[in-house]
Design a protein around this ligand. Sequence first.
Ligand code: SAM
Length: 259
Amino acid sequence: MKLSQRLNTICEMIPPGSRLADIGSDHALLPTYAVSQGRAAFAIAGEVNRGPYDAASRQVAEAGLKEKIAVRLGDGLAAIRAGEVDVITIAGMGGALIVRILTEGKDKLEGVKRLILQPNVGEDLVRRWLLSEGWMLTGEQILEEEGKIYEVLTADRGESAEQVREHRDRLYAEIEIGEPPITLGRERLLDFGPFLAREASDVFREKWTGEIAKLERVAGSMGRSESEDARGKKEALERHIQFLKEVLACLPKDKPSSN
Ligand code: SAM
């Protein structure tokens, strides 16, 4: 069984022998692979939709893993019971939906030691949720596959409130880049990703070059407006684009890609 680079990157973040829940599992490729590789000792594949649920059930049966992978129909974390798993993966959906699933299922997170999250968009929302809920962001990867760029965020529970605080203060401490220097504080690091901004890989540059192009198209389509409000919005967007361009220009060059 061959996994996409995206799913493989997620799989590598699962500590060997974990009890895993993969929420929004679709064809259950990730739990099937994780169990067959020994990354997961046991897994739950959660799906809210009947079609993917049926596909997941078939996949697990064909792999001969019905004893080790439970396929369950349910919305988000409703598919699991509190204390059943220690690692949760949620991949391939928007950041807002991932945040909704985690928020609505907060009572199921007790005992969960690691979250591995791969939002397709809205990565900053996920980082903000992790920060506000006291999860320690411990790793970020960025990769490109078939013309799309993906970020994989890994977060762990701290052992004490003090450890979480120290980790947060270190991770989101202001950094200065370039000459003359630009300061990136907590808010900007939440946008860019604190690990990704420090690493500044080629894929990271490519992602933000693409974001700038998108925002420039939006600014272009805003046109001229008589209204002060609309003019203000356009000017704010143009200032943001300018800021992003300056950040990109300041990033250290020739960093390795995480691909
Ligand atoms: N996780 C797989 C991956 O990354 O390749 C599949 C991603 S697929 C694009 C998103 C899946 O999430 C769909 O199969 C969809 O049915 C499921 N999904 C969406 N909302 C969900 C929710 N609230 N609870 C469980 N599954 C959900």
